[in-house]
Design a protein around this ligand. Structure first.
Ligand SMILES: Nc1ncnc2c1ncn2[C@@H]1O[C@H](COP(=O)(O)OP(=O)(O)OP(=O)(O)O)[C@@H](O)[C@H]1O
Ligand SMILES: [Mg+2]
Length: 360
């Protein structure tokens, strides 16, 4: 799954038009897509025909505590495209959550468990660099920055890039950032020169695809349809098809199977000399402990720490050479290590996970 946020604090540069039509054209390429409307204006929801005034469940419900699962919130638009809608109720959320811990991680946590595998999650951001946009960036693998070529302005772009770098530093993750030229009037010389200067500044970070100015953008949105449905094969539809092809080809989605194999290597016990690092992926858990022979099966001696972003719980333990049985205690429930295939039956008759330390 690739999470792509469409962001720029400048208003009206084509974020929503891009989020909606990119989502649709990705489904035309056979991809499954979840479009998350993260703007209190609810424009992405409206552009796909959902009456935001009538919604009693919105993206807001996945960001408050206790959260509703995203799978309880989305509205299906087609068999490949679901929408998590937003409305004005999102506007007050930043103030309500002021001072709460980890509030920038809420969207990332909500998207960690979708109940259905999507190829892409597309997030439409509001025109600000506030709490909602930070949530989107923390969740994102990629960021698309639409720049309206008709306004000849990159005002604020450096600040946006600085914000992205700040998020990268704080999360330790890279975000693939690319600029998209939108609302391009190809017949005007200034527009062509502006595009050239964008290309000089951003090089390969500028999408080859250019989104042209077209009257069908407004018309399709007003009818609550993606351009590909309202005006199939129009120039704008072709532009967004080209954009989605560029995205699919340049950033291959990690196959779930490969991801699992990779994750298996990441989790479970890893032995470094006489120290073992135990890692368990349990993003929804409130408390995770480790118990084994090495700590007299006493969970209180094995409190694990949660990484707020990945939901991975970790503990380092010094253990003697030999074979050691252990279990995790997740919110009071004793479980085997799902990432470790080595087991043994313990004295009490239960099957425990086993870690070998030293040259066995
Ligand atoms: N390629 C285009 N050609 C013509 N009009 C466009 C194009 N792209 C967007 N528009 C129109 O420009 C207006 C602003 O676009 P859009 O809503 O996508 O911007 P936005 O960045 O999401 O705005 P906001 O910052 O308010 O969220 C809309 O009326 C939209 O229909
Ligand atoms: Mg918008």
């Amino acid at each position: 799954m690739n999470t792509v946020c469409v962001t720029n604090q400048k208003g009206g540069c084509g974020k929503t038009t891009t989020a909606v039509n990119l989502s649709w054209s990705l489904t035309e390429l056979g991809k499954t897509v979840l479009l998350v409307d993260l703007d209190p204006q609810g424009h992405a929801s409206l552009a796909l025909g959902f009456d935001t005034d009538l919604l009693d469940r919105t993206v807001r419900d996945s960001l408050v505590r206790p959260p509703l699962a995203v799978s309880d919130l989305f509205l299906p638009f087609s068999d490949k495209l679901d929408v998590v809608p937003a409305n004005i109720s999102l506007a007050s959320l930043e103030q309500e959550l002021a001072g709460e811990p980890e509030r920038e991680l809420r969207l990332r946590q909500a998207l960690a468990d979708l109940g259905r595998p999507y190829d892409y999650v597309i997030v439409d951001c509001p025109p600000s660099l506030g709490f909602l946009t930070i949530n989107a960036l923390v969740a994102a693998d990629e960021a698309i920055i639409p720049v309206e070529t008709s306004s000849f302005s990159v005002h604020g772009l450096e600040r946006l890039l600085e914000t992205i770098e700040m998020v990268e530093r704080n999360t330790g993750r890279r975000i693939l950032v690319r600029v998209l030229a939108t609302d391009f009037h190809g017949q005007t010389r200034y527009a062509r020169e502006f595009l050239e200067s964008l290309s000089e500044r951003f090089g390969e970070q500028l999408f080859e695809t250019v989104i042209h100015h077209s009257v069908v953008a407004k018309d399709a949105a007003a009818r609550g349809l993606p351009v590909g449905r309202a005006h199939r094969h129009s120039k704008l539809d072709n532009d967004y098809m080209a954009l989605s092809t560029e995205i699919v080809e340049s950033a291959p989605v990690v196959e779930v199977e490969n991801l699992r194999k990779w994750e298996e290597k990441l989790f479970g016990p890893s032995v470094r000399g006489e120290e073992v690092i135990f890692r368990l992926h349990a993003p929804g858990a409130r408390k995770v402990q480790l118990a084994g022979r090495f700590n007299d099966w006493d969970p209180q001696q094995g409190e694990m720490k949660r990484d707020p972003i990945s939901g991975v719980w970790t503990i380092r333990v010094r253990v003697a050479k030999g074979s050691h049985q252990y279990r995790y205690i997740v919110d009071g429930e004793w479980i085997e290590d799902p990432a470790n295939e080595v087991h043994e039956y313990g004295e009490t008759g239960f099957r425990n996970s086993v870690v070998l330390v030293g040259d066995q």
